[in-house]
Design a protein around this ligand. Sequence first.
Ligand code: ADP
Length: 364
Amino acid sequence: MNKQILIVEDENDCAELLSYHLQKESYQTVIARNGEEAIDAVQCHAPDAILLDVMMPELNGWEVCRILRESTKGKSLPIIMLSALSDEEARVKGLSLGADDYVSKPYSMQELLLKVRKHIDRQEAIKLLRTKGREQETSLRYLLHEIRNSMTVIGGFSSLALKKENPRTYLKPIQTAAALAESLLNDAALLSRLEEAGGSLPAEVIDLGATAREAADLFHQVAKKRRIAFVVMESAGPSPVRANKTAARQVLVNVLSNAVKYSREGGRVWIYFHQRDDLASVSIRDEGNGIGPDDLPRIFEKFYRAPGSERVKGEGLGLYIVKLLTGAMGGTITVKSVPGAGSTFTVSFMKVDAVALHSEQDVA
Ligand code: ADP
């Protein structure tokens, strides 16, 4: 997989020229035209290095560097600052904010490419060492890390909003980070509850259809932004099942979040309901790249991400949590996927009347 470089540059010609030279060296490139786009791109594209122009209106390169360094995603990302400010003070400021390198404009393209290569190779070696440590990490600790990352983004952008004349610009990333933090907190709360109570969750009667529609409502905004159409097929009638409402909602949120994340722009996500025998189910189908047969049995493993998913923001924990939660509620999750055509995840629970028939106890 080619390494990806994020170019943060408000001057079109400079950005295009850099992109051209980097692509000639087989790098993939993403261009951000301002500081806010840069922070967004680091969260969404997980680049391998960033070329960061200092002089930009609103959020300048120094501020971007500071925010990135305080976030989990940007903490160890190689940052090479580019600036026409050649004096020592500017260079020292960049490096003291945590940049890895500083290049003065006009720069020699060859020198810049060498620096990019050097930092990417170094990063690769560090990543290899870290993979080992990460396998030992508990899901809860990892989720807490991620929540802290969102809080840093919220804190960073709120301080900026307080200082700037046009604070509205900063509300969007604050809103996105707050929604993510809320979802992660739900994951964390449910996980710790499972651990404390030895794998059980209090059960109640919930309407699966209504819970799925509620979860889907959270994604309309982000889906619209990426021109993804949500097609919610009405269920034939109420589908009462015995489950835990918060956990069932979180299961559906995690699956829907993947359907949107792994969809192509302009794709569709279908949500449909079906009942057979004792089971009530909701299926979520997307038209994304699908999952290969070798990866399919592994996607519910802790921290597993199929090759090619690196460009999509994720930690490989969502489906692991989904599997734990559905299991604790006596439900099931299944997946079918056709590489290149899309995936369908189906979440099923026993219908309430069926539960009574089988004289089931609480799922606890
Ligand atoms: P992540 O945070 O990586 O999305 P998940 O545990 O939710 O973690 O998913 C594990 C992996 O399963 C993903 O990294 C991706 O490779 C694959 N995956 C999950 N859902 C989909 C989907 N709808 N389409 C394609 N791949 C998917």
